[in-house]
Design a protein around this ligand. Structure first.
Ligand code: SF4
Length: 415
């Protein structure tokens, strides 16, 4: 490596005219200081090829950030061209197969570097570039020696020069932090793939869980209880009754049943009867969803503080926890009634974080309902969306507003 440069200008390098360089970039923040260092030596084209990024919305976000940075850092003397590949996540899945459980820095990452550098070498050779390299070594978590070994091997295969580098040297990483701040860039806090995202989630200090549909398998009951109750009184329920009451409290639901179906009982009597049905459900028929207990045990063993934030009555949740022998898992149960507002506002999450003694950034919210997911995300919480049959029609909203959408929580700890 040249004394004052974190990259090697080899014996073939000539400054006039500047040679062309295809610079593979993992993200705009990492590329910033690298482009700043290289632009006086090379005519740079940035290649954004990162099929490892998960989910696609994150890929699009990082890609757009990269495009904007190239545009704003470009000048007539030092133009920065930009090329983006389509999102081809299957290419990453193929090389990650069998290595899903490995920690960041292991063999999955080496294969991930090779995939991305391989595409950079192929593209550079096919398009007549003089050199190729990658921004990856700017990260303190990336092993420059391994990256360079991969790059040099590819250089031989594609008969193109590889720019040997360790861009974290000469304060490269520090400078990338300064520049990303200066340019107001989006700076992600996980490496990129779904496995690194799961690692990031599991490094949280606190988990806030919704109850129904997230922890407990109770949503089937809520889909049908009002119709069944109406039928038990001898009336035919409206086909869209479930939709009418979807965001209602139980009391609001009882008021609607009373006013719609000419029920001879008072609202209070309806409320008592439905409350008994619900109490019975939680005491006897509210099991944990698949994988929940295993996940809770894992989180507990890691010292992650956990609580429940729910719209359901506290007594019911406590009864269900007792039936599942899981009372000791949680620090507390907080309800929408306790905080005075529904999950259309983030108060219940903010109060949960506060009672756990944690900052928002250290807390992950687990939810199944799209409206609650939207609220938590808008309030800048990291959100794990848990698949629930009754919410599938909102899958697009859920995908767009969660960090990760899982079938079961055990997906996060799969070995
Ligand atoms: S942790 Fe980062 S380098 Fe490793 S496989 Fe995932 S995205 Fe690639």
């Amino acid at each position: 490596m040249n004394k004052k440069l974190p990259f090697v200008l080899d014996e073939h390098y000539t400054p006039n005219p500047k040679p062309t360089l295809l610079l593979h970039s993992c993200c705009a923040p990492c590329s910033s200081s690298v482009i700043e260092m290289l632009r006086e030596h090379f005519r740079i084209t940035v290649l954004y090829y990162n099929p490892n990024i998960f989910p696609e919305s994150e890929y699009i976000k990082r890609c757009e950030e990269q495009r904007l940075f190239c545009q704003s850092f470009s000048s007539p003397d030092n133009p920065i061209a930009f090329v983006a590949a389509d999102y081809r996540s299957d290419e990453f899945e193929k090389i990650a197969k069998g290595k899903e459980h490995l920690r960041e820095g292991g063999d999955r990452c080496i294969a991930c570097y090779a995939l991305r550098l391989g595409e950079a070498a192929r593209y550079a050779a096919q398009n007549g570039f003089d050199y190729f390299t990658t921004t990856l070594s700017v990260s303190p978590l990336k092993d420059a020696a391994r990256l360079n070994a991969i790059g040099e091997k590819l250089a031989k295969t594609y008969e193109i020069k590889y720019l040997t580098s360790d861009f974290k040297k000469q304060n490269g990483y520090k400078r990338s932090c300064e520049l990303s701040k200066q340019y107001g860039m989006y700076r992600q806090d996980f490496c990129g793939c779904k496995y690194s995202l799961a690692e990031r989630i599991l490094s949280a200090k606190g988990f806030v869980f919704d109850a129904d549909g997230t922890l407990f398998d109770t949503m089937g009951f809520y889909e049908t209880f009002a119709s069944e109750y109406v039928r038990s009184l001898g009336f035919e329920p409206a086909p869209d009754l479930r939709e009418q009451i979807r965001s209602f409290t139980i009391r609001e639901c009882c008021e609607l049943l009373k006013s719609t179906y000419s029920v001879s009982k008072t609202t209070e009597e309806i409320y008592d009867e439905i409350s008994r049905m619900i109490a019975n459900l939680y005491a006897k028929d509210a099991p944990f969803k698949a994988g929940v207990l295993e996940f809770l045990r894992y989180a507990k063993s890691k010292g992650i503080k956990m609580c429940i934030a729910t719209a359901t009555d506290k007594n019911h949740i406590e009864a269900a926890l007792a039936a599942c022998n899981a009372e000791d898992m949680f620090e507390f149960v907080l309800t929408c009634s306790d905080v005075g507002v529904s999950k259309r506002e983030s108060v219940i999450y903010d109060e949960s974080a506060k009672r756990l003694g944690l900052e928002k950034r250290d807390v992950v919210v687990f939810e199944d309902a799209h409206h609650a997911i939207v609220t938590a995300k808008a309030a800048n919480y990291r959100v794990v969306a848990v698949r629930e049959e009754t919410e599938l029609k909102f899958a697009d909203v859920i995908e767009a507003n969660s960090d990760i959408y899982v079938e079961t929580m055990t997906q996060l700890i799969q070995k």
